[in-house]
Design a protein around this ligand. Sequence first.
Ligand code: GDP
Length: 301
Amino acid sequence: LARLRARLAKSNNALGKGLLALLSQDKIDEDVWDEIEETLLLADLGTEPTLELVDALRERVKIEGSRDPKQVHDMLREELIKLVDPTMDRNFIPTRHADRPNVIMVVGVNGVGKTTTIGKLARVLVAEDKDVILGAADTFRAAAAEQLATWGDRVGVPTVKSDIDGADPASVAFEAVTAGIDQEVDIVMIDTAGRLQNKVGLMDELGKIKRVIEKKATVDEVLLVLDATTGQNGLNQAKVFSEVVNVTGIVLTKLDGTAKGGIVVAIQRQLGVPVKLIGLGEGPDDLAPFDAEAFVDALLD
Ligand code: GDP
């Protein structure tokens, strides 16, 4: 948690300090409210949530008659936490099976951090004494399977991959799940290809992977990985993927490199799916469970 704060504070300071300075002025007039609005929009909170937040704050400042910066800061914190929604279930494997592996499919556009996230997540699971197998169903780029296997070696878990370039992704996924069942592991994580250029192709491929896996096991979780630095573009990607597969959780990567943490709110609104994990760097330990209150505190620090 301390690391989360340090990391986010470094990149998101503008939001907290800027807002606090604005709110602590003697007179919070229309100009100040406009600036507050602008600051929140710049943090990618999204238009609708920003307007709601500012309205709620204005209302509270009016009713509670407080101009004390500390109190206004607390109000802002409360309203932001409401927007991020602490009540969402952020368990990244909601159902655990005693008798067969949990299967997690990881989807997202190339370069957002899927493979890295799988590596980091495998490390977390291994540390919890879980047996894990990785499946390299991104068979389109040979380098992708290699990269996944390298992460596997690094954290000490086996990777099922094909030696044939352009092999059928669904059959690699099937083999990984079969190996997972045979070896009685706890979790099988499947990396997939993310070529968004062709929505029909993507839909066919991800749909087929899921169908083929489900001959053997249930897909318990479909994690959509999004790059926090891509703003609106990331939102559009999220929409396409959620139309193609039933996304059950979001992993927001590269939050260490952006002042746009507000994107969490925008994405959750758009998909109705919780952000479950956040990526805070390229290293094996740079993955954290998402916690609404801690996140808002880091934003406002
Ligand atoms: P994939 O194509 O979706 O599998 O993406 P990769 O896992 O290969 O990641 C693409 C690049 O983003 C790599 O250089 C990663 O090291 C980097 N990356 C992934 N997650 C993070 C993160 O949370 N923070 C930062 N700064 N870089 C990340």
